[in-house]
Design a protein around this ligand. Structure first.
Ligand code: TYD
Length: 201
């Protein structure tokens, strides 16, 4: 089973995924956690290029292609082998991030992003949890984060577009994407996610 977690900045995804992974493992399942952009050595190197705040000249198309390239490497090196090994894959961000950030917020369009991510669409998640939160609340939560990446530093108006993009995706993929209210506590979110996964398992 391939499960992805999506949302804007400061939604607590990373902490949530760590706990979920531990709990699923305790139930006796084989799990791996991974993330995008990154998740493998080459993909992490591409991540560094994309997220480096000094690379402020990166164009929208270049950005979309770099995310897609890092994803292709990640699929072949990590996701595909793990699924073949019957592991549950928990991934922090995936294709929906490209659709919301590059497709909607950067204005490249969903069709374009789907086209350059043709390979990833052969490995669509079985289930996606989207943690929905007002971007201002999310950004306030990460205000003290020492290392802000190039995307964290975008204006709040950009992050509001990202949220609109995600809400479009929820309408486009209603069976795959489950919306979670990001104002709930992390514990409440974890309980809902675990119940849903247990139901399916
Ligand atoms: P990361 O620090 O992993 O995000 P977070 O901690 O917020 O989950 O940084 C990844 C950034 O890259 C994040 O701002 C979202 C963005 N992103 C895209 O724009 N497109 C993509 O396809 C992916 C995977 C991420």
């Amino acid at each position: 089973m391939f499960i992805t977690f999506e949302g804007g900045e400061g939604t607590g995804k990373t902490t949530i995924i760590k706990t979920i992974s531990r709990r699923i493992e305790e139930l006796g399942h084989k799990v791996i956690t991974t993330r995008e952009p990154g998740g493998s050595i080459v993909a992490e190197q591409i991540r560094n290029v994309i997220l480096d705040p000094n690379n402020d000249s990166i164009k929208a198309h270049t950005e979309a292609l770099l995310y897609a390239a890092s994803r292709a490497q990640h699929i072949d090196e990590v996701i595909k082998p793990a699924l073949e090994d019957e592991r549950i894959v928990l991934c922090d961000r995936y294709l929906d991030s490209s659709l919301a950030y590059q497709g909607y917020a950067r204005g490249l369009g969903y069709d374009y992003v789907l086209k350059v991510n043709d390979y990833a669409t052969k490995f669509l998640p079985d289930l996606t949890f989207y943690i929905d939160l007002d971007p201002q609340i999310g950004l306030d939560r990460i205000v003290n984060r020492v290392q802000k990446d190039r995307l964290d530093l975008e204006e709040v108006s950009f992050h509001q577009l990202v949220r609109k993009g995600y809400l479009d995706l929820v309408n486009m993929y209603p069976k795959r994407i489950i919306v979670l209210d990001g104002t709930q506590t992390i514990e409440e979110i974890i309980t809902i996610v675990l119940n849903k996964i247990s139901e399916i398992l």
